[in-house]
Design a protein around this ligand. Structure first.
Ligand code: DUC
Ligand code: ZN
Ligand code: ZN
Ligand code: ZN
Length: 486
């Protein structure tokens, strides 16, 4: 047969189109699209199903130590399996440099964690917390050259944040190499000041986590991050935007042509600070940063999703079990600043977005494909992924748009002991997932083996349609005839 696999009879959708037809797959790539394709060593019946580009999870923490040394509950096996059950064909976890570590060593460590274990194709975003001269001039350029073309920096946490000058330095390096800087934008001193104030008043239960990280801390830091990036005209990606104020800055700057991208996450649409106030220590399950907020804000975030403010909706899967190995590493009744920070959700990102977005009529199917896959591929330079077109990797998720089930922990297939989405009624579930033409999930069963995933070398971000910004002061020649090096 001309094809290894033919997917037939489904409704195919990309970020721009929907049509009925068949897909012929050969050598792991999409070889043909036609109304009808006969043959195929394997034939997959997709009648009554949606055939979509496999999801690309662009924000997740897998086999990663936090700055306080807590290891995430999922490794590259359980993390990729959970992602696959959730409709993803590839993912981009973080490889985190903590202070004093060499970036070359960090990448080697994550290669050892990922290559033997990942079921899905993967790349990394670096996390940079220690931008020494060697990191800036040698190690980062080396990482970019091998296809790790993005990295995250922090404006908060004493052990992570770079300060404004440090941000300008690293943004400049990223710009020179076509790399993309991602930023966790919360004002560190505002959060520390709030923490001190709450501690002095004895207010340490989980619900005060939300109070300790005000919306203003995010708004101020997003504005500052964008200003720093504009000064050097470097592209910037704001991760996990949780507030209407933050989203509004992103929208305004994108309209001006600023080289700016952003994401939000399902938890900011699904959960509120009321969840942090569940009985006993239950609220600890919902501690993440930035914190979950309120219902009014959720409605505004949906408006921004509709309006195209966000490139993607990502899970920010940061799994810590509800026990002494995870959330309660510092004890069962630890004050909120000592409870491990993050929540799981890699398996729920797409079912939640489909159910609340497409099924409820908030977004189109095309927007869903863009937010779940295509935009991440473009933004993070995965040029063989994120669409259904001849020559692309056959990374495909076949969805049953009508199946309704209640979200449960057992459905996640991760290494967690809770899901924050427990009990939510979800319509639309991925049923079969292919990665480079290989069946990873079929009828909700795992079919692929540990270690089949491959590292994806990524290209620079595409900045088409983003003219950027030139700060007049950056070039003194314009004013006083003096030259400075770029
Ligand atoms: N930022 C993340 O992106 N994830 C977990 C915690 C954090 O601060
Ligand atoms: Zn057919
Ligand atoms: Zn963050
Ligand atoms: Zn994160």
């Amino acid at each position: 047969s001309a094809f290894d696999t033919v997917i037939h009879g489904g409704t195919i959708a990309t970020a721009t189109d929907t049509w009925k037809g068949d897909i012929g797959i050969r050598g792991g790539r999409i070889a043909a699209l036609a109304e009808r394709i006969d043959g195929g060593a394997t034939r997959i019946d997709a009648s009554g199903r949606l055939v979509l580009p496999g999801g690309i999870e662009a924000h997740c923490h897998i086999a990663q130590e936090s700055s306080s040394g807590v290891m995430s509950a999922d490794d590259y096996y359980s993390g990729s399996v959970s992602a696959a059950f959730g409709g993803n064909s590839s993912f981009v976890p973080f490889a985190a440099q903590h202070r004093g570590q060499s970036v070359d060593d960090v990448i080697a460590t994550y290669d050892d964690r990922a290559a033997p274990n990942s079921v899905l194709d993967y790349s990394y975003h670096l996390i940079i917390s220690d931008p020494t001269p060697k990191v800036l001039t040698e190690e980062l350029p080396r990482a970019f050259a091998r296809g790790i073309t993005s990295f995250k920096v922090f404006m908060t946490y004493d052990l992570m944040n770079l300060g404004d000058g440090g941000m300008l330095n690293i943004l400049t390096v990223a710009k020179a190499h076509g790399a993309l800087t991602m930023v966790h934008a919360e004002n560190n001193d505002m959060v520390k000041w709030m923490n001190r104030r709450l501690a002095e008043a004895g207010l340490t239960e989980p619900k005060y986590h939300a109070i300790s990280r005000p919306a203003l801390a995010e708004e101020e830091a997003i504005h500052r991050a964008v200003s720093l990036a504009k000064l050097v005209d470097a592209p910037l990606f704001i991760v996990h935007v949780s507030t209407p104020e933050g989203a509004e800055i992103v929208q305004r700057e994108r309209l001006r042509g600023t080289k700016l991208f952003a994401e939000t996450c399902p938890q900011y649409l699904a959960l509120t600070r009321e969840d942090l106030d569940r009985p006993g220590m239950e609220g600890a399950k919902f501690i993440c940063s930035p914190p979950v907020r309120d219902a009014e804000g959720q409605a505004v975030l949906w408006r921004h999703i509709q309006a195209g403010t966000f490139a993607s909706v990502s899970s920010d899967h940061a799994p810590y079990r509800f026990d002494e190995t995870g959330k309660f590493l510092n004890g069962r009744d630890a004050p909120y600043p000592k409870i491990s920070n993050g929540m799981p959700g890699i398996g729920m990102r797409l079912p939640y977005l489909f159910s609340e977005g497409v099924v409820k009529g908030r977004i189109t199917l095309q927007q869903f494909v863009g937010l779940s896959s295509t935009n991440a591929a473009k933004t993070f330079g995965m040029d063989t992924k994120g669409s259904i077109a001849p020559g692309m990797d056959a990374d495909i998720a076949i969805w049953n748009p009508e199946e309704t089930r209640t979200a449960t922990l057992a459905d996640q297939h991760d290494n967690m002991d809770y899901t924050p989405f427990e009990g939510m009624e979800i319509t639309g579930w991925p049923q079969t997932v292919l990665s480079r033409g290989e069946i990873v999930i079929e009828n909700r069963e795992l079919k692929a083996g540990r270690g089949r995933g491959r590292f994806v070398a990524r290209k620079p971000v595409s900045l088409t349609g983003m003219p950027g910004y030139t700060a007049p002061e950056l070039d003194p020649a314009r004013n006083f005839g003096a030259k400075v090096a770029p």
